[in-house]
Design a protein around this ligand. Sequence first.
Ligand code: SF4
Ligand code: SF4
Length: 441
Amino acid sequence: MNTPNTKPGKPCEESDSIALARLTDQIVECIHCGLCLESCPTYVELGREEDSPRGRIYFMRAVAEGKVEIDESVRRHLDVCLGCRACETACPSSVEYGYLLERARTHIEKTGQRPYLVRLGRRMLLEMFTHSGLLAPALFFATLPYRLLGKKPKAPGGIVSAIVGASGKGGDLYLGSYPRFRPVRIPERTPARDQKKMRVGVVEGCVMPVLFSEVNRATVRVLSALACEVVVPRAQGCCGALHVHNGHTEAAARMALRNIEAFEEAGCDVVAINSAGCGSTIKDYANLFPDGSPEKELAEKFAAKVKDISQIIPDLLRDHPMRSLDLTVTYHDACHLAHGQGIRDEPREMLGMIPGLTLVPLPESDHCCGSAGVYSFTEPDMATRLQMRKVRNIESTGADVVATGNPGCQMWIRSGLLSAGSKIQALHPIEIVDMALRDGG
Ligand code: SF4
Ligand code: SF4
């Protein structure tokens, strides 16, 4: 491993919202066995220890102990990490790598390690993606020339990458349809179609109402058809996932409290999420608060009610009439479902219940597609390498559709398939269930 700047640095500040003790406890759990290396997409692509989980933990430990200063080289190795948490799945010592990465990134952001303009660009990108009222018009105007020329809609990923000071050159982001000027909201309350079984709160998300409103609408239709009353509290806001992943944990903690309050007031039996990234963050809200605090207790209680949509539907779907779908589908495991929440079987079970549908295995199904929140803009080179690897694997299955339970993956994989000229569609599994439940539709 190349030795980074070995000038003694400042130890991580203890004033971080989480005690430093837990951070170092986690770091020393790593026994340097290297069993995580082959599961790490960046290590597989680059073949360098510094770009592996073990190498990054080495840097974090040296920084936490004040032996090393974060310099450009250390920051690059941490930036290139996707936060996919595949290393957690592989680790025999149960090192919570995702938690370590979040704290390391918080430290980098707090200590102002990036040039001011880059920090500003990254913050703007974050705010854009977490406010659908900003994202919708921005995408609308960015894609206007294609709409006027009647061409496939694309967003200028390269310009965004330049604004955030990305090290590589980003390309265009192909979209499935022309974005609307305003986000498409789902109704605040939808009654159960049958005798009500439960009241389900739905997390609407920030990107979903702009780019995947059809996924939200399908979620509501399916829940209602399966005898659930659906409520979408208007007081909810961004879940904070992108803030957590990019080192803004204090802002994420404020967002967490707002959402907990909104859903508690709505009185839901269950809170359903159709975005893996949001689900993983919301289930981990407790990590944002100090041990023993009332907020942590609230967050733990709330997390017990939160379920990915694929954890709710199979039970409700059993014995429910569905129409046959003549489709061959393959399934991509979104990192924050498979590695972040341990959810692998449920979406496959849900799809497998649809008559006529053939589910075919996807090689490297849980290898990150490169989307990883805003990573495709901040690290476009690695993101594109992983995207093309995913596209090749999907094409090898001969499927008509690739299903995945995260909007970021759906957008990035769809863009990769469209740019490769593929006819394979990228859909959310709930959209496929919705097709099977719609009368003749
Ligand atoms: S989170 Fe993903 S990219 Fe980062 S070290 Fe772990 S496996 Fe590698
Ligand atoms: S598998 Fe776990 S213990 Fe082994 S090197 Fe990786 S993080 Fe450390």
